[in-house]
Design a protein around this ligand. Sequence first.
Ligand code: C2O
Ligand code: CU
Ligand code: CU
Length: 484
Amino acid sequence: MRLSAGTTTAMLLSQCSRSQPLSSAPVSEPIQFQTYKSKNGLLSLDLEAKAQSVQLGSRTANLLAYNGKVPGPLLEANAGDRVQIRFTNQLNQPTNVHYHGLHIPPTGSGDNVFLEISPGESHTYEYQIPDTHPAGTFWYHPHKHGLVAEQLFAGLAGLFIVRGELDEIPEIKAAKEEFLVLKDFALDSNGNISETGHMTAMTGRAGGLLTASGQINPRMTIQRGGLLRLRLLNASPSRFFRLSLEDHPMHLIATDGGAISSPTELSDVVLAPGERVEVLVQGNQAPNSYRLINQPFNPAQGGMMGGMMSRNQSSDSAETVATLTYEGETDEMPLPSQLIAVEPLPEPQTTRQFTLNHGMGGGGMMGGGGMMGNGMVFMINGKAFDPARVDTQVMLNTVEDWEVTNTGSMVHPFHVHTNKFQIISQGGRPTPYPTWKDVVPVSPRETVRIRMAFRDYVGKTVYHCHVLDHEDRGMMGILEIQQA
Ligand code: C2O
Ligand code: CU
Ligand code: CU
C-alpha cells in the first residue's frame, strides 16, 4: 500500500479489511493476579527479577519474571501513599525498574533510569506518590539502556494501579474491574524466546503468541445490566494492538495519565507500545460469549516494509485476545455522565522541535549488517542516545510545546518520563478533547504537538521511542529539569 503525505493512523485503520480470518484459542480461566496493596499509606514489597519457567496457555516458556509471575505482580496504591520496593536482580545481566507514567522524582531512589543494578545486587526504591496524583493505570518495567526490549520481551512488566478520585465515582466504583496486560511472545519448540530474525533491528521484536495477562484468551465476565471497567496496557516492546469487542462499544474513561472529562464511545481502540486506556463496557446484550478481537495493525507504513512487518509479527489475521461472557444479573447501571475535568494547560513559554529518524551506524561497532541489519541506528534530532549528554534543558514550573516530527518510515510512539502531557494537534488537526498522555504515536511524515508542564521535580530524566528496540538503538534523549 502506497501512502501519500498526511495519511493518518485513523485513515489507515479504515483501509484495513474487516473480513480476515479470525483465530481463537479455546477460552481459558479468568484472569488472576498476585496483588500487593498499600496498607496504612505504605506499599511495601520485595520484588525479584529472575529467569523462570512459566506457563503460557498450554506451553511451558522459559522467561524472565518478577516474583515468578508473567506479568509481574499487580501493585496498587493510593494517591499520597509511600512506596518501598526492595528489588533484587537475579538475572545474569544488569537491570533496573522504571515506573512508567508515575509522577515521582526521576532521581535518587525514585524513578531513576540511570541506575544500574548488577546481577546479584539489590536496590530499594523509595518514593511518595503525591496527594494530587491522578488515579490511573501505570506500569513498571526494566529500563537499562540496550537491554530494555530484550528484558521486556522476555516477560518483565507489571501493572501499577493508583487509586483516587476516579475510583470514587459511584458508577465506576460499582463496575467490575479486569486488567488486561497485552503482550506478545515468540517461543521456539523448547519454550525459549526465539530469534525474531533480521527485521528486528528495523521494526522491533515481535512474536505470534498473543497473551492477555499471561493467558491465552482468558475469560472475563460481566453481569447483565452491569458495567465492566477494562484496563488495557500494551506491554509489548513493538507490537501495536487494535481492539474491538463484539457487539459492545467501549466507552473511554481514561488514557495514559488518568481520567478524561466524560465517557466517549469508541468502536475500537488502538494501543501503541506503552499506551494504556480504561474503558467501560455495558452488559446490555444477550447473555452469550463475545470476543475481544485484535485486528492486525501494521506500524511500518509504506513501501516494502509492509509485507516484511507482517511476516515478522507472524500474525496476518485477526485474533481473539480475551472473551467476555455474561454471569449473573443486576439492576441496570448507567454510564457516569461526568468524570474528572481535564483543564487545558496554559500557553507555552517555549516551543521545541524534535525529529525522529533512523540511519546507518558509523562503522562496524554495532556489528555489520546490511540496510535492514544490525547497523541500524535510531536518532532524535540526528543524534543517537548518549548517557553523558544532556539534550534538552527546561525550567521547573514552565510550560513547553514540543513538536515531534517523524521523517522516517515507521510509527514511533514518543514517550516522556516524569510529567504527563496533552496532545495539542496531530498531523495538523487539533485534538477533539483534552486527555492526559505519556505516549503518543507519531506516524511517518506526521508532526504531533504536545504540551507539557514541568512540575515538582528537578533532575535528569528521559524521552524516547517506546518501540523498545528503537530506544535501545539510540532513539532516546536526556531531559534535564532545572530549578528556576
Ligand atoms: Cu515505558 Cu521509558 O518507558
Ligand atoms: Cu516510561
Ligand atoms: Cu521508534
